[in-house]
Design a protein around this ligand. Structure first.
Ligand code: SF4
Length: 274
């Protein structure tokens, strides 16, 4: 009929649990875009969807395990990697992806990240870095840049922040990348590569948290932080990771790229596998 709009459904309908929607994320949050990249990468990975598992920790990003229409675990705080490790070792046929936040993975769960990378456990870790603890009220975290304000550092953070790509590469990850919630095509391709690669892969994704980090640092809405990414990010896969720190306060460059893609023996219950 003329003028009638036919809605056939969303291309990702099969990968999302519609009964859990609408989601809880704030307007302008970057998490939805990142989840869509992962869903598309999983759909295009060539790995049957019933072999994919998503594991999340606690925080806003932890909701992803509940929203995706796959086998998934929304685990306890900081423990997504141990759950994922157990799944992979018990059933090596599974493609296990951890989707969690910077606080969950690097503070509460930092020890687990360290050892999973060292052992080269065959899992993928997607770390959403919004520079603060968003869900609990915008507190300082291990990736909050020096000088940045949070609700617990109102005069500016005095602690140096983790440089996540440098850290992951140093720990032994075989694939390391950093993108933002704005760089969805590059992020999708990185995720696809990580899904198809054996070993411990790590992707940092910078993502706006307008009600937390954005508000405390006068960045504005989520779209304004996307403009900041567009203005300040450069893509340089050959960058010196030791110098890839993020300084959000001084409008300096943020380096993005697929930085590392190597092979090394993967940990299996029976021992190392070439
Ligand atoms: Fe997103 Fe921040 Fe809101 Fe959490 S608090 S949903 S990270 S904008």
């Amino acid at each position: 009929m003329s003028g009638e709009i036919f809605v056939k459904g969303h291309p990702l309908d099969g990968l999302l649990r519609a009964d859990r929607l609408p989601h809880i994320w704030c307007p302008g949050c970057g998490l939805g875009s990142v989840m869509a990249c992962l869903a598309n990468a999983m759909a295009d990975s060539g790995i049957p969807l019933d072999k994919h598992v998503v594991v999340s920790g606690i925080g806003c990003s932890g909701r992803v395990a509940g929203y995706m229409n796959l086998d998934s675990f929304h685990t306890t705080h900081g423990r997504a990697i141990p759950f994922a490790t157990g799944l992979k070792l018990a059933n090596p046929e599974l493609e296990v992806t951890v989707f969690s936040g910077d606080g969950d993975l690097l503070a509460i769960g930092g020890n687990h990240l360290l050892h999973a990378a060292r052992r080269n456990i065959d899992i993928n870790v997607i770390c959403i870095n919004n520079f603060n603890y968003g869900m609990t009220g915008g507190q300082v975290g291990p990736t909050t840049p020096v000088g940045a304000r949070t609700t617990t550092t109102p005069y500016g953070n005095a602690e140096p922040a983790f440089n996540l790509p440098h850290l992951a590469a140093s720990l032994g990850a075989v694939f390391v990348a950093r993108w933002t919630a704005l760089h969805v095509r590059q992020l999708y391709r990185s995720m696809l590569r990580a899904l198809q690669k054996r070993g411990f892969t790590f992707i940092e994704v910078l993502s706006p948290c307008p009600v937390g980090f954005g508000k405390s640092n006068d960045i504005g809405e989520g779209l304004d932080e996307m403009w900041l990414y567009r203005r300040n990010c450069i893509i340089d896969p050959q960058a010196d990771l030791a110098r890839a720190d993020i300084d959000m306060k001084h409008d300096s460059q943020i380096v993005l790229g697929d930085f590392l893609d190597i092979e090394r023996p993967v940990f299996r219950p029976s021992g190392l596998e070439e």
